[in-house]
Design a protein around this ligand. Structure first.
Ligand code: AMP
Length: 577
């Protein structure tokens, strides 16, 4: 087997010039780069695995799984084809029907990736859950998603699922990835079933609009809703993998996200495989030294991570280039939260390249706005719309949308509906789904601005906006300014109801090590932010906090800080992705 790891170092970008590329782009043309099923139609699993296994790169490493002890195991495209075919045959044997919900509750182990692709082969709908979920969030998702099959481990089953079985009458089968024998008719050994299954599977006719993936999302507010995606989404995964992540043949790619969050599925599974590169999967959680050694040892070319991790790396004060050979690394991307200008600049100082921010959400299924390898990065901006995506800033009043066209006007971030990976439903919540669209526009729920050159700047979630003394303040603006103060490692802003000014801006600050949590530090930060932001917007109150509450994907839970501040019920935060 010829391992192609690390054969590419510096390459030219797949999109040499943004404007030229936009003017020539068409989804139809890109669609032609996909293979399609022999019988017609399109299936994500075929594009991600079988197509490559049957072609020139069958022996290329598709997935490199790095175990907790740092030893690793490689799976070529051919290996993945065989394993996922077996999994699909197991589902057929269990009489799974097209569209049935197949859920996983697993850490980042190969079975998770095999189950995801095998499910898509069998035309069922895959829904990955975070393995750290307790019984209640698991129950909510399994019942809302009408799960028929759950893939998990013996321990997770015993501790979290067994107690729920009476409440989940539709859940027919539990497949245990680590059991040697079947427990009973319902709880079966996956390896035993796989060993008896044929290693060849013909994917049946799959239409682009057939459901494929279900992702529960709560953002940072509200209860989880199930966003449903279809097989056509693979076109967005292909296009963004190629032109945003700039994947080239022979590349090694690492997305640090868990598939329990949409980023870990769209970019931790589908996009790299569809683009035929080697995808690194790390079983372990964040650890700075480990991460740098993975980047070095596996010669990662493109690294996709999140601001929460970048901030933790920043706080460690390591200069990785002094101790690690990261020369194959040519592109770093980040998603999930605003990437502050300071963090982009830190990337340049630390890795020799700016960190590229990009924006999207569970509902969009893939990257929608981004900085690109060939485009000048403006620190603090999330970049420009993906070619083929029409974005705008607008005001929404009732059913009407009024577009704001002057530079830097603040409004709702809107996307023209109809891109391939757009969610097709909130499961069983038709009204809620309809409400997201006004005419031809999808309302993202975020506020943003567009500058005169077409770069987009994130302002905040519409729900998080603070109204103070007649000003509308986005938390991100204030948090970015605070983070420029040397004592501030992280900050979160909330609006605290106030009889005179509507809401008072309150900051929660995590201090850098070496700074004292005392009045003098508070005054210094207050003074600094007044100078930077003006007295109307600068925080009037500052509280020090050891750690900010966050979702599992690293987003700050401002709602929770507010509830605590006001002594309100906090709600069930264990369910937040
Ligand atoms: P989720 O669906 O859980 O991935 O959350 C999506 C939300 O995360 C978006 O609507 C934004 O509010 C936020 N988000 C994602 N990426 C960015 C980014 N690059 N800058 C600012 N906010 C972001």
């Amino acid at each position: 087997m010829k391992d192609k790891l690390g054969t590419i170092s510096r390459t030219t970008s797949n999109m040499p010039d943004y404007d030229t590329f936009c003017s020539q782009f068409s989804w139809e043309k890109e669609y032609e780069s996909l293979d399609g099923l022999p019988e017609g139609g399109i299936n994500i699993a075929h594009e991600a695995v079988d197509r490559h296994a049957n072609g020139d790169i069958g022996n290329t490493v598709a997935l490199r799984w790095v175990r907790k002890d740092k030893s690793f195991e490689d799976f070529t495209y051919i290996d993945l084809k065989v394993r996922t075919s077996r999994f699909a045959n197991v589902l057929d044997k269990l009489e799974t029907q097209k569209g049935d919900g197949i859920f996983s509750l697993l850490g980042r182990v190969p079975s998770l990736y095999v189950a995801a692709i095998g499910t898509l082969k069998a035309r069922a709908v895959f829904c990955p859950m975070f393995s750290v979920f307790g019984p209640e969030p698991a129950f909510q998702r399994l019942s809302k998603g009408k799960a028929k099959v759950l893939v998990t481990t013996t321990v997770l089953f015993e501790n979290k699922i067994k107690q729920l079985l009476d409440r989940l009458p539709l859940l027919r089968t539990i497949l245990l990835v680590d059991a040697d024998c079947h427990i009973d008719d319902k709880v079966r050994s996956l390896s035993l079933l796989m060993s008896k299954a044929a290693d060849y599977y013909t994917i049946k006719n799959t239409q682009p609009e057939d459901p494929a993936l279900l992702h529960f999302t709560s953002g940072t507010t509200g209860m989880p809703k199930g966003a449903l995606h279809v097989h056509r989404a693979v076109l967005t995964h292909f296009v963004t993998g190629k032109y945003v992540l700039d994947l080239h043949p022979g590349d090694v790619f690492w997305c640090t996200a868990d598939p329990g969050w949409v980023t870990g599925t769209s970019y931790g599974i589908i996009a790299p495989l569809v683009n035929g590169v080697t995808n690194i999967v790390d079983e372990e959680e964040f650890d700075a030294a480990r991460w740098y050694s993975i980047l070095e040892e596996h010669r990662v070319n493109v690294w996709y991570t999140a601001p929460t991790a970048i901030r933790r790396l920043m706080r460690m004060d390591l200069m990785p280039l002094d101790s690690y050979d990261l020369s194959p690394l040519r592109l770093i991307h980040s998603v999930g939260e605003p990437l502050q200008a300071e963090e982009v600049v830190w990337g340049k100082k630390t890795y020799g390249m700016p960190i590229c921010d990009n924006w999207w959400q569970t509902e969009t299924g893939g990257i929608m706005i981004s900085n690109y390898a060939s485009m000048k990065v403006r620190p603090g901006s999330m970049g420009k719309p993906l070619p083929g995506i029409e974005a705008a800033i607008g005001e929404v009043e009732g059913e009407k949308v009024h577009l704001l066209t002057k530079p830097l006007e603040q409004g709702h971030l809107l996307l023209k509906a109809g891109w391939p990976s757009m969610f097709r439903a909130y499961l069983d919540e038709e009204e809620r789904y309809k409400k997201c669209f006004k005419g031809q526009w999808y309302i993202t729920g975020d506020l943003a601005k567009k500058d005169a050159d077409g770069y987009y700047w994130f302002v905040g979630r519409a729900d998080d906006i603070i109204k103070t003394s007649g000003h509308m303040v986005g938390p991100f603006e204030v948090e970015s300014a605070l983070m420029e103060h040397p004592a501030v490692a992280e900050a979160a802003i909330i609006g605290k109801p106030n009889a005179i000014i509507g809401e008072l801006v309150k900051a929660f600050v995590v201090l850098e090590s070496g700074f004292e949590a005392n009045e003098a530090t508070k005054l210094d930060i207050k003074g600094y932010s007044r100078k930077k932001l003006g007295p109307a917007i600068a925080p009037k109150e500052i509280a020090f906090i050891k750690r900010l509450p966050k979702t599992k994907s690293g987003k700050i839970l401002r709602r929770l800080l507010k509830a605590r501040e006001l002594g309100l019920p906090e709600g069930d935060t264990s369910t937040l992705e």
